[in-house]
Design a protein around this ligand. Structure first.
Ligand SMILES: Cc1ncc(C[n+]2csc(CCOP(=O)(O)OP(=O)(O)O)c2C)c(N)n1
Length: 624
């Protein structure tokens, strides 16, 4: 069946039984691809029937479907002509793990970060109305993503607007871990309502409730069985804020789903369809461990075991260190925006349940909450992925930095993250944090330094950022480790020919390059910057004055990072006749691919930097 599906039209032609068979085949195929390439498994297995039903009822690209987060679009990609391409999922030059408007006209809006879909859908609905067009606009949003402030802001506006749009609430009771919060309590009440079935809709009540009735709706209702008793529209929350609530409906029953989708198509005004799904559906191992299979690397289908050996990573080291520090200091609390496992906080949550707060996918609130707790004497540690810190920028500025509150902002997944691509690359954080007054910015060269930086940060009594990358430390063995002193860099190797200033994970690369240069009798001085802010201008200046040649290496954008800081220093200190080269990512969004591939493409690999450093020295010598 799946081999015959090259477009949504092919799905529309199938009868119910064939669609059910297709669902099973799609599941098997996704399992095969994700077990090879890695990716978001459980969420995709949960939306197979929903995606088939959506493509059966709506016509893309005329109708618009915006997928919140967008990690659950593999089924949609298969149906919309990308079945074979899915084998290249998340690979360099392959298809992306998220919707991309440049990949297909059926991907109408790029997503990757949570809780944006209802705003964008309402925007499209309003534009449609202003242009006098007639088509459907839908947002598919998970119960996790609904905890994000932006989704709630959009619901508030959409309910009041009375614009025609449909919100599909894909409720699987899970964010990455178990979903939490007051809204989850509301949803669990709604879940216990009698499920929608085609046959329990009362025609009479339906006709009274629905303001606009299209001919096709009348047909659907005529087809509904006799003896229909109940229309399930609980008068709760969603109805009160202006939505028509339909459901709950079994998200694995294509017939029921199509029936409700067709009804929503006929309704004017905002509609919310409450769809109940099971994360990981159809693959028992994922059904039992939906959090582990939310996003996974390659794994063995039979056992579910990861194909790669699990090594310690920066997140784990941060989490373990925090547990140790929290034993000594009862003021330390940890806050996560729905990323307990990803940020290494699971152990902390177990050890200190009263000092651990999972606050939903709500980075802004996480930082606001941290500010409040810090004001009252606590020391909040808030690990959030670099690209999600973008959400909370004003909270960093307005709530934390301006009041100089001692919040420790751990920026996880800083730098290039790889396969998740442009929405998830953490290349901007150094640039945007550096702009903020009062904030101290650190980056460790290895695990040991991360531990010491965290220990330093929780006693500093200032807003602190510690950024560290995804994955493990470099295999380079550092022979020394100086104590962390505010604003002091660490000179790891002395030299007279070239200064290499590096930060975070790039320090190991700088050392390897310096050792190779040494073999050519070029003496490099390597400075582990440690603090992007306050920068150790004294140490860097003295080194540049000595070598007259400097390169900077950083895993962030070339704008307003380490390179910019050193450039400013050269100008401000009026250092003359300096050869300077910056190694950083360009001013663009970096697509998906492995970290190694992307580093090579953008010239941050050891080989390229070494070559460029040699060229710099050679030109300098030839001039002399
Ligand atoms: C702003 C932001 N913060 C965190 C994440 C990481 N994240 C990706 S999916 C997800 C959980 C989404 O849960 P839900 O919306 O219920 O979808 P499900 O995976 O359960 O289908 C989270 C926290 C993100 N994508 N964006």
């Amino acid at each position: 069946m799946i081999e015959k599906i090259n477009s949504p039209e092919d799905v529309k032609k199938l009868n119910l039984q064939e669609k059910e068979q297709l669902a099973e085949e799609i599941r098997k195929y996704i399992l095969e691809v994700v077990s090879e390439n890695g990716g978001h498994l459980a969420s995709n297995l949960g939306v197979v029937e929903l995606s088939i039903a959506l493509h059966s009822v709506f016509d893309l690209p005329k109708d618009k479907i915006i997928w919140d987060v967008g990690h659950q679009t593999y089924v949609h990609k298969i149906i919309t002509g990308r079945r074979e391409a899915l084998k290249t999922l998340r690979k360099l030059n392959g298809i992306a793990g998220f919707p991309k408007t440049n990949e297909s006209e059926t991907d109408c809006f790029n997503t990757g970060h949570s809780s944006t879909s209802i705003s964008a859908a309402l925007g499209m609905a309003r534009a449609r109305d202003l242009k006098g067009e007639k088509h459907s606009v839908l947002a598919v949003i998970g119960d996790g993503a609904l905890t994000g402030g932006m989704a709630l802001e959009a619901l508030n506006d959409a309910g009041y607007s009375q614009s025609k749009l449909t919100v599909i609430l894909n409720d699987n009771e899970m964010s990455i871990s178990k979903n939490i919060g007051g809204l989850n309590m509301l949803l669990s009440k709604l879940r216990t309502k009698k499920m929608y079935t085609k046959s329990n809709v009362s025609i009479k009540k339906m006709l009274n409730k629905i303001p606009v009735i299209g001919k096709s709706l009348v047909k659907i209702i005529r087809r509904a069985k006799r003896g229909i008793k109940q229309l399930i529209i609980p008068k709760m929350f969603f109805e009160d804020i202006g939505f028509r609530y339909l459901g709950p409906v079994d998200g694995h029953n294509i017939e029921q789903l199509e029936s409700l989708l067709k009804i929503s198509k006929q309704l004017d005004g905002p509609v919310i369809i409450h769809v109940l799904t099971k994360k990981g559906k159809g693959y028992e191992i994922a059904e039992k461990n939906p959090d582990r299979f939310h996003a996974t690397g390659p794994f063995d289908i039979k056992t579910g075991k990861s194909k790669k050996e699990k090594k310690p990573d920066y997140s784990k080291i941060m989490g373990e260190t925090l547990v140790e520090l929290a034993h000594e200091n009862d003021k330390i609390v940890a806050i996560t925006a729905s990323m307990k496992d990803g940020t290494g906080l699971s152990a902390f949550a177990k050890e200190f349940p009263d000092r651990f707060f999972d606050i939903g996918i709500a980075e802004q609130h996480a930082l606001g909450l941290a500010a409040g707790m810090a004001k009252e004497g606590m020391i909040p540690v808030v690990p959030i992925y670099s690209s999600f810190y973008q959400r909370a920028y004003d909270q960093v500025i307005h709530d934390i930095a301006m009041q100089q509150l001692p919040v420790v902002m751990c920026v996880d997944r800083a730098g290039i993250v790889g396969a998740d691509g442009e929405t998830h690359q953490g290349t901007l954080d150094m640039a945007f944090f550096r702009l903020v007054p009062n904030v101290v910015i650190l980056a460790p060269k290895n695990f040991e330094e991360l531990k010491e930086m965290l220990e330093f940060a929780v006693t500093l009594n200032k807003p602190v950022v510690i950024r560290y990358p995804r994955g493990g430390e470099d295999s380079y063995h550092f022979k020394m480790q100086e104590k962390i002193v505010l604003g002091k860099a660490e000179v790891l190797k002395e030299g007279t020919d070239i200064t290499i200033v590096a930060i975070g994970k790039t320090v190991a690369r700088a050392m390897k390059i310096a050792e190779k240069l040494e073999k050519e009798e070029i003496q490099a001085e390597v400075i582990n910057c440690r603090f992007l802010k306050p920068l150790d201008t004294q140490t860097i200046k003295e080194s540049i004055e000595k070598t007259k040649t400097v390169i900077t290496i950083e895993d962030g954008t070339s704008i307003n990072g380490l390179g910019t800081a050193v450039e400013e220093l050269i100008i401000e200190e009026k250092l003359e006749n300096i050869d300077f080269q910056k190694f950083a990512y360009p001013d663009e969004f970096i697509k998906h691919g492995s970290v190694e591939e992307l580093e090579k493409i953008y010239g941050l690999d050891e080989e390229n930097i070494l070559k460029k450093a040699e060229e710099l020295i050679r030109t300098k010598c030839s001039i002399i």
